[in-house]
Write a new protein. Sequence first.
Length: 347
Amino acid sequence: MSVKQATDLPTPVGDFYMRNGLSQGDQLICYEFVKNAFPGKNIEEPACQGYCSLTFLVGDDIVVQFRPVKYRLNLMTTHAAREVYGMFCPRIAYVTSLPKSGLLVYSMNRLPGVSYKDFRASNTSLAISTETRAVLCKDFAAFLAVGWHRKDCMSLLRGVVGLSMLSRLELLCKDLPNRFQPLAKRIRKDMQFIESIPWVLTHGDIIPSNIIIDPLTHHLAGLVDWAEAEPLPFGTCFYGLEEILGEITPTGFHYHADASYLRRLFWIELITLIPELKQDELMRTVKISRDLGVLLWHGIAWDDGAINRVVMEERDEDADEIKRLDAFLDTDVRDGITTEPKHSSRL
């Protein structure tokens, strides 16, 4: 799962403290800090948390997050994300650090809505509805278009992924399961073209738990967890579309019955919003960039932040990433995004 901070599998609260050498007393200190900072407010500590942070929900509109120093937020990046994507991104501020544990404290506004992951789990009939996913696919295209049109507003330097794409690709070409290596090698030959297309501020972990939607209208409210955002070639985060079109199961990654139609809908909307994509050469390169993003995000293991090992079929912890590679790089899926989409009568 590459250069992303966490899987989409939430972890129990206790795991966060154990991983970071914290005690039950530290947990109480975190809670007391939030209670004292927001007297009289309802405070909720979700039973399951992300890998790199501990989150408290304060009332209906505030989030307080505690993060170890190794997972600190780059406020230049989070501020840039807010500047570029506006309401799609929370406004984040550093508050303080806790003396004993050293945990860093951040506050942010709570995006209105629920995670797509929770919506999918609690609204089964709505979640499998083609109409629901169609709204989200079009909104995801609109979100990506914002990054494209505001690319000149982004002045951040290249980050961890942007500075190491070629070296990571070399590793993938050498160590990926054999069936993925030909594609990785073709992408390596095209790296000069990928690096020449516009770079945009790119969210680093587009997974269902980070996608926030309005549960009533099903419109995209925004994305959370911008910790790993950085400038990257346009297209590298398009793997996020696959998470809208399907979901991981014990037997593999399974797509919605109307995934092909929904994919066409996404591309039609994206081309409408970014007319430059009608240029064949640019569109071709964006699609290659999409495949590169799939390899970078799902071909390299997280390993508690080491992100220096290619996923292996022999390791159980890599199983879901291998399933995603098989699905996202499947010939039918890739053919579906490399053909000029035609307007459907179902629109």
